[in-house]
Design a protein around this ligand. Structure first.
Ligand SMILES: [Zn+2]
Length: 249
């Protein structure tokens, strides 16, 4: 198998694993149409499908599918033999069997809680499966099994889930982070928050206040009266010293 094709399968499978809880062994519900296509193209589903998935898979069918192929008679005799090789999963239509496509559609129960992969060539069933979120579709493209790309219904359902969960999708979150990094460098939210809170530095304010206060106590701006007093004091001192010096002589 081509590497590119295998990568695609693994990518689709991991989409279903991550978003819809699919786990190995993957349960593949097979109908009569894909068995007929396998017969026409001379491929053995039991061999090619596990090889294509490169994983642990279980090929299953339902009683309704078997009954349908039996009813169709000789035209699909070979397909009936193939479909009868697979284990039967209970579909709950024992008393009133449905046609194969209706039975497999009902197995999905709207949200595919049992995580089936539907394997069918039936166009109507394929369209139904595409409308159901979390329902993978497998078919034969000539001799090659093909797991279809997740349908828009599956992708949109995941998007909506993520949006309601956190308001934005994971992808949008990544883009926002990148934009922040681009604008602010490596900084995160925390320094920005701190910046918002910071006003004038409280310590510097305190210091300033204390300085002003002490100045006003120790060195008041001298008034005119006090200036005169000081001058007189200085003159008195000078006079006393000169007098005493003169007396010594
Ligand atoms: Zn059934």
């Amino acid at each position: 198998m081509k590497v590119k094709r295998q990568k695609k399968v693994q990518r689709h499978l991991s989409f279903y694993s991550n978003n819809y809880g699919f786990r190995q062994p993957y349960q593949i519900l097979v109908d009569g149409t894909i068995c007929l296509a396998a017969l026409t193209n001379k491929v053995t589903l039991k061999d090619v499908i596990p090889k294509y998935f490169d994983s642990n898979v279980k090929l299953l069918t339902t009683q309704c599918v078997i009954i349908e192929t039996e009813k169709l008679g000789r035209a699909v005799y070979g397909a009936m033999l193939i479909v009868k090789q697979f284990p039967i999963h209970q579909c709950g239509h024992k008393d009133k069997p449905l046609i194969g496509s209706a039975c497999l559609a009902s197995m999905l129960k709207g949200s595919n809680p049992n995580r089936y992969i539907i394997a069918s060539q039936d166009r109507e069933l394929q369209n139904l499966v595409r409308k159901m979120p979390g329902a993978p579709l497998l078919y034969l493209h000539q001799r090659v099994p093909t797991l279809e790309h997740p349908s828009p219904a599956s992708i949109n359902s995941v998007k909506n889930k993520n949006e309601t969960k956190i308001g934005i999708t994971d992808y949008q979150e990544e883009v926002l982070k990148d934009m922040k990094k681009h604008v602010f460098g490596e900084t995160t939210d925390r320094p920005m928050k701190r910046k918002k809170k910071s006003g004038p530095n409280p310590l510097s304010c305190l210091k300033k206040k204390r300085k002003v206060g002490s100045d006003s106590v120790s060195v008041p701006a001298p008034s005119g009266d006090e200036k005169a007093k000081k001058k007189r004091k200085r003159l008195k001192k000078k006079l006393v010293t000169t007098v005493t010096v003169g007396m010594d002589k």
